[in-house]
Design a protein around this ligand. Sequence first.
Ligand SMILES: Nc1ncnc2c1ncn2[C@@H]1O[C@H](COP(=O)(O)OP(=O)(O)OP(=O)(O)O)[C@@H](O)[C@H]1O
Ligand SMILES: O=P(O)(O)OC[C@H]1O[C@H](OP(=O)(O)OP(=O)(O)O)[C@H](O)[C@@H]1O
Ligand SMILES: [Mg+2]
Length: 399
Amino acid sequence: MSVANLFFQQCPFASVASLSTLSPFSRSAPSLRVSVKFTVSCSSLASPVTVLDRNVEKKVAERNEIRLGLPSKGRMASDTLDLLKDCQLSVRQVNTRQYVAEIPQLSNLEVWFQRPKDIVRKLVSGDLDLGIVGLDTVTEYGQGDEDLILVHDALDYGGCRLSLAIPKYGIFENINSLRELAQMPQWTSEKPLRVATGFSYMARKFMRENGLKHVSFSTADGALEAAPAMGIADAIVDLVSSGTTLRENNLKEIEGGVILESQAVLVASRKSLIHRKGVLDTTHEILERLEAHLRAIGQLMVTANMRGSSAEEVAERLLSHTSLSGLQGPTISPVFCKSDGRVAADYYAIVICVPKKLLYKSVQQLRAIGGSGVLISPLTYIFDEETPRWCELLSTLGL
Ligand SMILES: Nc1ncnc2c1ncn2[C@@H]1O[C@H](COP(=O)(O)OP(=O)(O)OP(=O)(O)O)[C@@H](O)[C@H]1O
Ligand SMILES: O=P(O)(O)OC[C@H]1O[C@H](OP(=O)(O)OP(=O)(O)O)[C@H](O)[C@@H]1O
Ligand SMILES: [Mg+2]
């Protein structure tokens, strides 16, 4: 008998308010897919209660589906969906209040929308196999757990840093480094440096490792930058991106005060990768698509015509400029024309990939060595023989 049934028996005045089956994409036996959480209203209780079915916990351990956790809210949510879409891994969600979805290209995979911190917690508890969140969240809530493996550490969005910041005014006016902060005579065991943060694990570790002995911590979930002006804290440890929030609140970062540089990452459970059927293959496919896409967005494909006496001679001219050497080297093909009844190749078509930031320089160089009719096209994917991150993952797993 489930805990839920027991609950109803022991609380006869309970009436079911909602019972949600959380996995419409289930491909396994219905008994495995009983809802994990449901809400009941009970006349003896002021607020709804959440009941966890322990049998389900056991069954979840036996599940066959692969689970990917994605941020359900906040600034990471839509960027994550956009990235997956760009990798041809569009997430199909029936409606936005449903927390489970699928990616049709990846069979046997369930997408679960969760708060970023819960994604990390659920990876650790074995309820998710893969997740996409900020590195800051992985580090804070993973707390060095060796089961968490960074499969891709640079998804190129959600860039920010976790930083220690202090007021620009008062006793901090001339304090500009962590060393100076640590040496201030004000901090004693009776009157420690008061730090407000939502990142207690990392902040404590950082202070310890940097010799700040007299520190106390308070937590808040948002608008931390207000704490010093409100007199609640002397310093804060929070995420910084543009620096506007710090500036607008009269706070400053200090030398040596960056705790972590963060961006979105793909993280996996080591146990799942090794033991759950299909997780490694699915991870390989996701990783390949991510790598191919992320590599391509930094590059453009350039085609041009060049007059020359042979493909080798054109290649020599191109290779004399490093920014025209392409990924492995230029592709050069003869362009055949017929003149005076004779077929000859006086021109060669060249194809190279150039980094976006070097585009204009490359075009100038191409022109300087006789290039004409230069065409630029965006690249969608660059698939290499094997991705370096995949080889790293296999070696981390000892495979
Ligand atoms: N200012 C920022 N610029 C860029 N990325 C950020 C910024 N702040 C946070 N992030 C990244 O986005 C992730 C989610 O942040 P977000 O503010 O959306 O959620 P949250 O702070 O956990 O939730 P909430 O603010 O609702 O409590 C962070 O863990 C971090 O990786
Ligand atoms: O350097 P900036 O570009 O100004 O960004 C930094 C701010 O962004 C985040 O807050 P968020 O917007 O998530 O609000 P929150 O405090 O409610 O989490 C972070 O906690 C900082 O307050
Ligand atoms: Mg926030």
